[in-house]
Design a protein around this ligand. Structure first.
Ligand SMILES: Cc1cc2nc3c(=O)[nH]c(=O)nc-3n(C[C@H](O)[C@H](O)[C@H](O)COP(=O)(O)O)c2cc1C
Length: 368
């Protein structure tokens, strides 16, 4: 992983064509609900800035954790694409400047080498299909581990025995159930869903229902569920349980579950963790393995760790505390670390990458 400080090497000024290809690669990164929380600035001295576009952050995010993970993934893609151009990316992490949310400043020097993971930037996608229950091989796990060997703060943990996967399926379902029952989460979900190809094409962000692997007819039913009073009523009749059952089934129909954690829970720590997540995901793609992140458990447990779960109604807060206890029993080695992403992993084909907006960037003239 290239996380180098600036040195005295002569910097390359990317041409417009090169810049386009770097930004295109960055925007192929995954983001929660496909919110694409990035912006770019090209500076007169050839430095490229990656910024957090707070207007696109998810309301349920905590301490910018989700945004930083996505931005870290975009940064990793950018560095990999630079290697393909024969450049090395030198990255510094400035503190917020002038209220501008610059999360990384990147300069390029000659002498970079192509990383084989760069070949999988366009192949990587989120695969929500059922996977075989056969665990992935030890060799595959080792390769994923090796892909983040230089990342000191990232840790990978695995679960592949059936009793533990069964317990984890229950935990994920209970976390998702809260998402279906608490109005702000319902609002957030329906803000991100795109129900028709036309809608998906017009925004080129959010969750296209065609990528969600819903059973036949489920998308039409889901559309009706945008009306909160209806959902509130149906939840009393068991709707949220029914909806979260499919989350449990997804985990149940998986051979290996992975957990990425970080020992550094600062914003920078999560940015670095996003780089690590992307390398693990790209390595999975290289190995022909399907990958599916599950964000509910990490986000709820992070709210709990930061004390912001207190903002939840007490019935949900108690449920989150219960989730935390059960989760810690499954992953005792991760205790005290920041959760980054829980993911399904398996030998499954299919999956399709969601649409992306063209990179939002501006050329800065003068010294702003
Ligand atoms: C931090 C993070 C959390 C995510 N959580 C979920 C999740 O809970 N459920 C899910 O189906 N996909 C989840 N995803 C996958 C995104 O929805 C997906 O990356 C995005 O829609 C773009 O699609 P693509 O990865 O196929 O390009 C998550 C991705 C990230 C980066």
């Amino acid at each position: 992983m290239q996380t180098e400080t600036l040195d005295a090497a002569p910097f390359v000024h990317p041409s417009r064509m090169m810049l386009d290809s770097l930004l295109y690669a960055a925007t192929l990164a995954p983001s929660p609900d496909n919110n694409q929380p990035w912006l770019f600035e090209s500076r007169p001295d050839g430095e490229l800035h990656l910024l957090h576009d707070r207007t696109r952050a998810l309301p349920s995010d905590v301490g910018d954790m989700f945004s930083m993970i996505a931005l870290g993934a975009a940064l990793e893609n950018l560095c990999l694409a630079a290697g393909n151009l024969g450049w090395r990316a030198l990255v510094r992490y400035p503190a917020d400047e002038n209220g501008h949310e610059v999360v990384a400043a990147i300069r390029f020097v000659e002498g970079g080498e192509a990383d084989p993971l760069a070949d999988f930037l366009e192949v990587r996608c989120c695969n929500r299909k059922p996977y075989p229950r056969r665990p992935i091989s030890d060799e595959s796990r080792s390769q994923m581990q090796a892909s983040i060997a230089s990342q000191e703060t990232a840790r990978l943990h695995w679960l592949s025995d059936r009793p533990s996967i069964r317990k984890l399926a229950g935990i994920v379902a209970d976390a998702d159930r809260i998402r279906f029952e608490h109005r702000p989460f319902h609002t957030e979900l329906f803000h991100q869903l795109r129900f028709t190809p036309r809608e998906a094409e017009s925004t080129r962000d959010g969750l296209d229902v065609r990528c969600l692997e819903l059973p036949l007819g489920a998308a039409s039913i889901l559309r009706w569920l945008r009306h909160w009073p209806l959902v509130k009523h149906l939840n009393r009749l068991g709707l949220s349980r029914l909806m979260s059952f499919s989350s449990a089934m997804q985990v149940w129909r998986t051979g290996t579950m992975g957990l990425l954690t970080t020992t550094d829970t600062s914003r920078l720590g999560y940015l670095q963790a996003g780089r690590a997540m992307q390398r693990v995901w790209l390595t999975a793609s290289k190995l022909g393995l399907a990958f599916h992140p599950l964000g509910s458990v990490p986000i709820f447990l992070s709210h709990l760790a930061r004390g912001t779960a207190n903002d939840l109604p007490s019935c949900y807060r108690l449920r989150v505390e219960n989730l935390a206890d059960r989760f810690e029993k499954l992953f005792p080695q991760a205790t005290g670390q920041g959760l980054v992403v829980l993911f399904r992993l398996g030998e499954a084909s299919g999956g399709a990458r969601s649409l992306r907006e063209p990179a939002r960037w501006q050329q800065i003239v003068g010294d702003r």
